[in-house]
Write a protein that binds this ligand. Structure first.
Ligand code: ADE
Length: 223
């Protein structure tokens, strides 16, 4: 699985790719992530990637030519038709785990990280296969969206997680030691300033060793 990211802020990705499970997956060659600097596909000496919007208005709009050139070059490097080009935009279709599962079967995902002010609409219409939003809020650009999608797609790959079913973990309430936690103070949610010591216990059923009951409890305390 190869992720090709087209961005004008390549450094945003360095910490993200060098930590934890993702860096391990890269080392194990389970995934390849390549960051591409959009300005490398410009031809003028200022490496211009944007321009004023036709019809007037504030901000600058990403030009179609460098993006088109970048996508064409990156597509030609992977000899597979299991490839998709994604443009990130808050106006796009909402991303979810179903899409993450579907995309984890692909060989290549090319991500175009636009900026919020805009990308020439011909990119959405003719270059990208899909326009994707990660939520109903506005980010400065597509870079954070690309990171979220890389992580959720990678989690769906066999061998990414330590154990087979953990891609879907954290879907029910969990506890760990200590079994009893006593606290004093006013940091507890919804409590007034004066407060007595409060004892917070792990639900008894989880300590019971009765797996049938534990499974039932988990079902009732899941997302
Ligand atoms: N760019 C700006 N906001 C975004 C969002 N919510 N999702 C994807 N790309 C974006």
């Amino acid at each position: 699985m190869k992720f090709d990211i087209i961005t004008i802020f390549p450094n945003i990705f360095s910490g993200f790719l060098s930590e934890s499970l993702l860096s391990k997956a890269i080392r194990k060659k389970l995934i390849t992530v390549k960051i591409h600097y959009l300005r490398d596909w410009t031809e003028d000496k200022h490496q211009t990637v944007d321009g004023k919007p036709y019809g007037g208005g504030p901000g600058l709009v990403f030009k179609v030519e460098p993006i088109f050139k970048a996508v064409t070059a990156l597509k030609s490097k992977v000899k597979s038709n299991k490839s998709k080009v994604i443009l990130f935009s808050p106006r796009g279709k909402k991303f979810n785990n179903e899409l993450a599962k579907k995309w984890s079967k692909l060989d290549q995902l090319i991500f175009i990280c636009g900026r919020y002010e805009g990308v020439d609409e011909r990119v959405a219409k003719y270059v990208a296969d899909e326009v994707i939003s990660i939520g109903d809020y506005v980010l400065n650009g597509g870079e954070v969206a690309a990171m979220a999608v890389i992580e959720s797609v990678s989690r769906q790959l066999p061998n990414f997680m330590h154990d087979a079913d953990s891609a879907s973990k954290d879907d029910h309430a969990q506890y760990t030691k200590p079994e009893v936690f006593g606290i004093k103070g006013n940091v507890l949610r919804g409590k007034g300033k004066k407060q007595k010591t409060k004892i917070l216990r792990v639900p008894k059923v989880l300590l019971s060793g009765n797996h049938k009951k534990i499974d039932e409890w988990r079902k009732g305390n899941s997302n």
